[in-house]
Design a protein around this ligand. Structure first.
Ligand code: PMP
Ligand code: GLN
Length: 388
């Protein structure tokens, strides 16, 4: 007799993340992996050296729960330098195990069972799981291609008296959308009117293209006092395996998140904390050339995907481009991605898994361009064979 699943009902249906599933498929089939968003080159050599130095200097025991002072100071300095946000490193900045832990800890710390969380779909998968773990309910506002514009009526309709917070990701994974100041103002107006908190995920803050600007929601009027701003070093320094993230904002919010965080990991990554403190102080030239390099890869992959016959929604930011596969005569993005390694030797991610509205997400497929140019070219050349 088979036993019922031991998994709690809160996590029923979450299974394995699409990123793990698709990277395993790439490894198994030898396909070009344009699925999971991780760079295939290392971060800056001097940051790697800083980690080695920290290891050798004996920074190998538990760092303080909120993070080492040098990193909290570097995060505060980064927020001032790039966004004009003033923070007290002592109480308004918390170091976390990647943005993932910051998001989960924020949801666990701030939501009661029965609360609702407004978020935009397609949503990053850990949001749905974090909301479920907290016993809350997600209220997605649907973004649709080609421009993924915010519909003010749909946004307003997602709020209710049970809304606890808005969980906003900009620059946005998987669409590559960068919320405009006007769109952020719509979100801020709802938060202020309804006295709702905001949690923002800004892990792609330095990957915004074509001269656009990344606007942290916390910089809008009346938002600093109700916004927890989350980011991490993974994307900005091409060090996704280090899992150094942070959450910043009003003392009471940061303190609440620390209460949850200390029972998840307590603390992590002692030598990496030292190295990221160094990384955050790199000159502007680093951030500029990093962004320019990724923008060039975006252009390269978009051109390749267009040549392969896909409908391409050119992203304003992030690592990712979404496409519509219908010009190829297909409309099931999930089936397409499962068969793609065999048909073309490429792995991509079906966007539908990030949508509750499956009809909108069904024909959409996400490709990552945070890869070496020869890998992008090889992937595009293989996809071009689908046409024939
Ligand atoms: N948020 C978004 C939107 C992401 O794409 C990712 C994946 N890198 C994360 C959070 C997780 O960040 P971290 O690796 O720092 O936990
Ligand atoms: N953020 C990465 C992506 O969207 C994946 C991170 C992960 O595997 N959890 O591809």
């Amino acid at each position: 007799m088979s036993r019922p699943s031991p998994l709690t009902s809160r996590l029923a249906g979450f299974g394995t993340t699409i990123f793990a599933e698709m990277s395993a498929l790439a490894n198994r089939t030898g396909a070009v992996n344009l699925g999971q968003g991780f760079p295939d080159t290392d971060g800056p050599a001097e940051v790697l050296e800083a980690a080695v130095t920290a290891l050798r200097a004996g920074h190998n025991q538990y760092p303080p729960g909120p993070g080492i002072p040098a990193l909290r100071e570097a995060i505060a300095a980064h927020q001032r330098r790039f966004h004009g946000i003033e923070l007290d490193p002592d109480g308004e900045v918390l170091v976390t195990t990647g943005a993932t832990e910051a998001i989960a800890a924020a949801l666990l710390a701030l939501c009661e069972p029965g609360h609702e969380v407004v978020t935009f779909e397609p949503y990053y998968d850990s949001y749905a799981a974090g909301i479920a773990l907290a016993g809350a309910t997600r209220r997605p506002v649907t973004l649709r291609p080609p421009d993924y514009a915010v519909d003010p009526d749909a946004l307003a309709a997602a709020f209710s008296p049970r809304t606890r917070l808005v969980l906003l990701n900009s620059p946005h994974n998987p669409t590559g959308k960068v919320f405009t100041r006007a769109e952020l103002e719509l979100v801020a107006a709802q938060c202020r009117e309804r006295d709702v908190l905001a949690v923002t995920d800004e892990v792609y803050e330095h990957l915004v293209y074509d001269g656009r600007e990344h606007v942290p929601l916390a910089t809008l009027p009346g938002m600093a006092e109700r916004t927890l701003t989350i980011s991490s070093a993974g994307k900005t320094f091409s060090l996704t395996g280090w899992k150094i993230g942070w959450a910043c904002g009003p003392r009471e919010l940061v303190s609440a998140v620390l209460t949850a965080k200390q029972f998840l990991t307590f603390t992590s990554g002692a030598p990496f904390q030292h190295a990221i403190a160094h990384a955050l102080g790199l000159p502007d030239a680093y951030f500029d050339s990093f962004r320019a390099g990724m923008q060039a890869r975006r252009d390269r992959l978009c051109a390749g995907l267009e040549a392969a016959g896909l409908d391409v929604f050119r992203p304003a930011g992030t690592y990712f481009v979404t496409t519509d596969i219908r010009p190829l005569g297909e409309d099931d993005g999930h089936a397409f991605c499962l068969s793609l390694p065999e048909r073309a030797g490429v792995v991509a991610v079906p966007t539908v898994v990030f949508y509750d509205d499956k009809e909108v997400g069904r024909p959409l497929v996400r490709f990552a361009f945070c890869k070496r140019e020869e890998v992008i070219d090889e992937g595009a050349a293989r996809l071009a064979r689908l046409r024939s």
